[in-house]
Ligand binder design. Structure first.
Ligand code: SF4
Length: 322
């Protein structure tokens, strides 16, 4: 039997129920499955925990499993490895990267910091960055705790916020703290435009708009609420509206529909045919997840000096977010 494009061996039971297969392998491997809100529904449905970067970081920190199957993109699995150096961390597809993370290579950041040494920057890195960038940072933040992290920054230091210019601008608006912003962005969230949001609002009068802070300023201005994906769940639960327009990566709708089945969720549209789905997040499939658990690869490895330097700012974030 062939499963398209995937090296998948028949299960011991002779059936091809991937959910059963993964449950059995999980027990054998003493593994935990962590999945980001943007993962495909089949992966979300077999995960032990589905959440945003902050929630996933906490779960990665407190797990006593031997193996972490991280269903998200590379920097997320790296983060789990940084705080769990003795555990095996695997990712279904090693090619699952991130345009935002790629917009800030560590060498470029190191050169920038050297060039602007007179600024004595306090570097706040959004978690969507590589281990190399985390190792150059003072503290990490997520969209769920960015205000708190920025407010806790030393008042006498210049702040450099990397790599997302839109999230950085949003946090500046909210905290009033001036920061220099790295000019990176998420290729998915910048596809939503003011025009596309106005249009969908006209089609669904009365439906509030909830948007992710990685969206541009023009889109954020049209939103009723701007927040992390985790806070979107709370917003949608508490909103009196029956229908809500959700402006973020499309995978989020599965979790919302599952947790709030009595409401309608309308995906935020774009001006073109672009579907609002992250091609990197969607590289992971249930078949690849099964293979990863069976073979314990692809495994995430990080040179120890970088891992150690990257750990401190993550732990600082977790401490400040309690
Ligand atoms: S949705 Fe954007 S920020 Fe998230 S992984 Fe994809 S490219 Fe990166």
């Amino acid at each position: 039997m062939v499963t398209a494009g995937v090296n998948f061996a028949p299960s011991r039971s002779g059936t091809f129920d991937l959910a059963d297969e993964i449950a059995e392998l999980k027990r054998e491997r003493k593994a935990v499955i962590l999945a980001h809100n943007y993962q495909v529904p089949e992966i979300q449905d077999v995960a032990d925990f589905v959440g945003d970067s902050l929630g996933l970081s906490y779960h990665a920190q407190k797990t006593d499993a031997d193996v972490i199957l991280f269903c998200g993109v590379h920097f997320m699995a790296e983060t789990a490895k940084i705080i769990n150096p003795t555990k095996t961390v695997i990712l279904p597809d090693l090619e699952a990267g991130c345009s935002l993370s790629e917009s800030c290579p560590p060498e470029k950041l190191a050169a920038f910091l050297k060039q602007h040494a007179d600024k004595n920057y306090y570097v706040i890195a959004y978690i969507n960055c590589s281990a190399g960038v985390k190792a150059l940072s003072d503290v990490i933040c997520t969209s769920g705790n960015a205000d708190r992290i920025v407010n806790a920054a030393p008042p006498d230091r210049n702040i450099l916020f990397v790599p997302d210019q839109n999230l950085g601008a949003w946090v500046m608006e909210r905290t009033g703290r001036k920061m220099d912003l790295w000019q990176g962005n998420c290729y998915v969230h910048v596809e939503f435009t003011a025009r596309s949001i106005r249009k969908i609002r006209e089609e669904h009068p009365g439906a509030p708009v909830v948007a992710h802070p990685e969206c541009t300023y023009a889109v954020r201005m049209l939103a009723d609420e701007v927040c992390s994906t985790e806070k979107m769940v709370t917003f949608c639960k508490n909103s009196p509206a029956d229908a809500i327009i959700v402006v973020t990566e499309g995978g989020m709708l599965h979790r919302l529909k599952k947790e709030i089945p009595n409401k309608t969720f309308i995906p935020g549209p774009t001006d073109n045919c672009f579907c609002g789905e992250c091609r990197f997040m969607k590289m992971n499939t249930l078949e690849k997840a099964v293979n990863a658990l069976r073979d314990l690869e692809p495994e995430i490895t990080i040179p120890e000096p970088i891992r150690k330097r990257a750990e401190a700012p993550i732990l600082r974030m977790l401490e400040l977010s309690k």
